[in-house]
Design a protein around this ligand. Sequence first.
Ligand code: AMP
Length: 220
Amino acid sequence: MSEGFQGLILLGAPGSGKGTQAKRLQKELNIPHISTGDILRAEVAKGSPLGLKVKEIMQSGALVNDQLIGEVVDQRFNEPDVRKGFILDGYPRTVAQAVMLEELFAKKNLPKPVVIYFEMDHRVLVDRLTGRLSCPQCGAVFHRSLNPPKKENICDHCGHMGLIQRKDDSEETISKRLDIFENETSILLDFYSQKGNLKRLNGLQSVDKLYEEILKALEG
Ligand code: AMP
C-alpha cells in the first residue's frame, strides 16, 4: 500500500487558505482532499446522528472531541481512494489527534507525511473569515472583496446560485476559533518540528506563489 504513497498534512489557522490549496493539490497530485470540517458539515446538512451530535459544537466554534473525530477519520481512511495518499485539511488539530494519526500511519506501514504550516499574522484572518463565501453544492470558496465570484452570488465552478456564509464565520465565533488554534493547534507545530517533517511557508503570499512553494516542498 505504501509504494508511491503521498501523505500531506496542511496546518494553519482557520482562513489561512488550507482548503483553497488542498482543492488545487488534489487535482495535481490525484489524491483526495480530506477536510474533517467538510465531512462534519455534510453530516449536519444530512441531519445524521453524527451531524446532530456535532451541530451545536461546530456553530459555537469549539472542537469536536478527539475520540469522535478520530472515528470519522478512521472510517474515511478505509475508503479505496486513499490508497495512493491524501491531503489532510483540518486534521489533526490537537496533539492527541496527531498521536492517533501517527499510530495509524505505523499500523498501515505508511511513509512519514509531509506537514506544511501556513504561517501568517492572525489579525489578517478576521477579515478573511468574515468575508468568506462558499458554495453549498461543490464546496468552492470565495471572498467578498479578495476573491469574488465572477458573477455575483453564482459559483464559478459549478454554476450553483446562492453562495453562503458559514455559520461559524461570524465575528464572535471567529475569535473563539482563532483562540483555540493558538491554544491547541499551534502546539502541533512543536510536535512536528521535533519529528523533523514540518515545512513552514508564508501563508500571506499569493495563492499561486504559495501553491508553487507547496509543490517544491513536496519534492523534498
Ligand atoms: P473547519 O472547516 O476545518 O474550520 O472545521 C469546522 C469545525 O468542525 C471546527 O470548528 C470544529 O468544530 C469541527 N472540526 C473539524 N475538524 C476537527 C478536528 N480535527 N477536531 C475537532 N473538531 C474539528
